[in-house]
Design a protein around this ligand. Structure first.
Ligand code: PLP
Length: 335
């Protein structure tokens, strides 16, 4: 009838993602941001959303500005702080957004626990599963109502698409979201959907290789004297390691690390080979970024520093190149 409403490529991708996440329905959108914005249609004006204080900078910006418009109310909290979570839930939120691992600090929160608590308060629980994809984490099985994705990342995996998806556990939410996506025209393009379907075929194999490389890099960085901290739940010493084992089938292929000074961080960014300087993530090629000046620059400085995103912090999206080449590139950049 009309491409904004239905398209075979887009519907095929929706069916595949709904199956992978264990949902009843999925809506394919033009970007990860439009997927998150679409979810706001499930709540009424002036209702409250609880979001992580250390969520992706674009999500923080969207919710902050939607709140400033009077479209919603938002409370950013540290969701791993049980007192803060209970206090926020007492405010009777209509929606709770979870992002685990968080971007860029790879902090994990207990999805099943937050979902159960939030639902007891009547909130819709939305999980952003972009960083892990359904091959490493299944938020619907852990009790969430909705999963959102930036398909730009692991699901497509080749850094040549910008897209998003919202997967619903129930037909009812799925129908509401599909209706709004058509009404507001945020549905994804047929060509992008086709490319994402093609990328999806290698998701599991890509994740295995990228994760193996990341584990090796994390161990290398942990031993380097110029590195003050490594954030990767795959490391036994990471505070999220135990939770990772419980709710994920692997730690994924994103990591962050802090170096001694912002000057050193800037030098590594500019000198390192192989890792391209770019804000995206989840593709087959390795990327490096400085979240404070790139992915999280849209956040107010105070909120950014409170979330722990300093100028000393660098984030890696580890790709499929040879492990030895990646480690050599990092070693040389430090030298
Ligand atoms: N969610 C997370 C966790 C992200 O990292 C990003 C982008 O980096 C988005 C959502 C937004 O996705 P997009 O860039 O496809 O709009």
């Amino acid at each position: 009838d009309y491409g904004r409403t239905n398209n075979p490529n887009r519907d095929g991708l929706a069916r595949a993602l709904a199956a992978l996440e264990g949902g009843a329905a999925a809506t394919i959108t033009s970007s990860g941001m439009s997927a998150i914005d679409l979810c706001l249609n499930l709540i009424k004006a002036d209702e409250l959303i609880i979001a992580p204080h250390d969520c992706y900078g674009g999500t923080h910006r969207l919710l902050t500005h939607r709140a400033e418009q009077g479209r919603i109310r938002v409370l950013f909290i540290d969701q791993s702080d049980s007192d803060a979570l209970h206090e926020a839930l007492d405010e009777k939120p209509a929606m709770v957004l979870i992002e685990t691992p968080s971007n860029p600090l790879m902090r994990l929160v207990d999805v099943a626990k937050i979902a159960k608590l939030s639902k007891a308060f009547g909130a819709i629980v939305v999980a952003d599963n972009t960083f892990l994809s359904p091959v490493r984490q299944q938020p619907l099985a852990l009790g969430c109502d909705i999963v959102v994705h930036s398909t730009t990342k692991y699901l497509n995996g080749h850094s040549d698409v910008v897209g998003g998806a919202v997967i619903s556990k129930t037909e009812q939410n799925g129908e509401t979201l599909e209706w709004w996506a058509n009404c507001s025209g945020v549905t994804g393009s047929p060509f992008d959907s086709w490319q994402t379907l093609r990328g999806l075929r290698t998701l599991s194999a890509r994740m295995d290789i990228q994760e193996r490389n990341t584990q090796a890099i994390a161990k290398f960085l942990q031993k380097h004297k110029a590195v003050t901290k490594v954030f990767y739940p795959g490391l036994r010493s990471d505070p999220g390691h135990k939770l990772m084992k419980a709710q994920q089938s692997g730690p994924g292929a994103m990591l962050s690390f802090e170096v001694e000074s912002p000057e050193l961080a800037a030098k590594i960014l500019n000198k390192v080979e192989i890792f391209q300087l770019a804000a995206s993530l989840g593709g087959v090629e390795s990327l490096i970024c400085q979240p404070s000046t790139m992915t999280h620059r849209g956040m107010a400085e105070e909120a950014r520093l409170k979330a722990g995103v300093t100028d000393n912090l660098l984030r890696l999206s580890v790709g499929m190149e040879a492990e030895s080449d990646l480690i050599r590139a990092l070693k040389n950049s430090f030298a």
